[in-house]
Design a binder for this molecule. Sequence first.
Ligand code: BGN
Length: 429
Amino acid sequence: MERTPLRFGLCLFFKMSKLRPLLWIFAAVIVSIVMMHILFIRKYSVRASAIHIIQSLKVNVHKETSDIDPHGNTLNGHLKVEDVLPEVKQEAKAQTLSVSSDSSSKGKAEEKPQMATEPPKNEGEKSDTSKEGPVTKAANGDGKLHSDSSANKELCNKKNQLVGPVAIDQTIPEIEEIVKKYSASHGGWVEKGGKWEPKDCVPKAKVAVIIPFRNRERQLKIFLRHMHPVLYRQSLFYQIFVIEQSGDDPFNRAGLFNIGFKEALKTADFNCFVFSDVDLLPEDDRNSYGCPTSPRHMSVAIDKFDYRLPYEGIFGGVGAFKREDFEKINGFSNLFWGWGGEDDDLYARIRARGFKLTRPSMMIGRYTMIKIFHFQSHGADPNRMNLLQNSASRMDSDGLSTLKYTLRKRLELPLVTVVNVVLSKSMYQ
Ligand code: BGN
């Protein structure tokens, strides 16, 4: 047959229609690869769901108008934590609610089977103590927060309060909801500032849980709902501090941890410090947030990394120190601006001082990373590789001893103490 344009067109159409399924598959593969890259590969699981993006947009719209500092300036366009966890107003409102709903909420708590995320009731605590052995003296001395004498109390030893694997709830709660459930002013246990201490025994540790923070309110609400019951069941003297970075400079996670260490010590004589990201939820309450014998990497098995250590020397996520050990390594470096490296630097400090790094088992040190999309305004720290060349020789001249920041606000909210600071590169030039 003669090769006419019509015949050529018909042939092409015929071939295309045969190839079309292949073309569709090819296109789908490309789109999936791009999506996987965007959603999974970036640091700390930037996995999104449409609903979360929509919610985050709603929050961002709200923040533009409410984010005003005491001088009337808008703060970097970021929603500040107190807008979401309002302090006094929130508590006054909650207080009113408690008068009328106290009995009804108690009724509800009794009806419901106890969930893994809830602490046991006080009656359980009392019967526990009766089982304990002879009077032991407290290892830690009295803290400024101790309300009553520890003279005739035993060391807390309530392992039977722990439930092991705990439920992970990644829905975003309303703050009123968790305040009503946990706050001491509503029949819960958490006192203003996000703290608690066992009343009937002497806690083995006084722990400050330090969370570096910027613009992660939804994660924070999930974190607080999850952590308070876990810390309660571990019978710790504890307080949760959120250290919020103001200003437009890249996030300085390590510097915020150092600030948290200093600011926490203004509140009580904490002897242990847990440095945690806001998006990491322990899956097992036997993973102790108390004092480790030596520096401890706690988040050894994160779902994001398929519950495996990505590399042996990783110290990212959640770490715990005795106060004196953290002081011996001069804390974290203050010089890492943006993502990455500060935890590797800390690991180098730990080794340089001859500490043995401890870790929980892979079964107990399991964590879920909160899966909420967040926008990272700054990427990785381009200088991190240079800094990591001299971690050990730099450690005495870079850390707690050289920390600089401006304290803007310190708020004792119902479930957390928020310390808002200015931390900028220019302070270190
Ligand atoms: C590493 C980061 C860590 C981070 C882990 C896990 C660096 C330094 C240069 C190699 N280290 O690569 O900070 O905790 O990934 O995400 O970027």
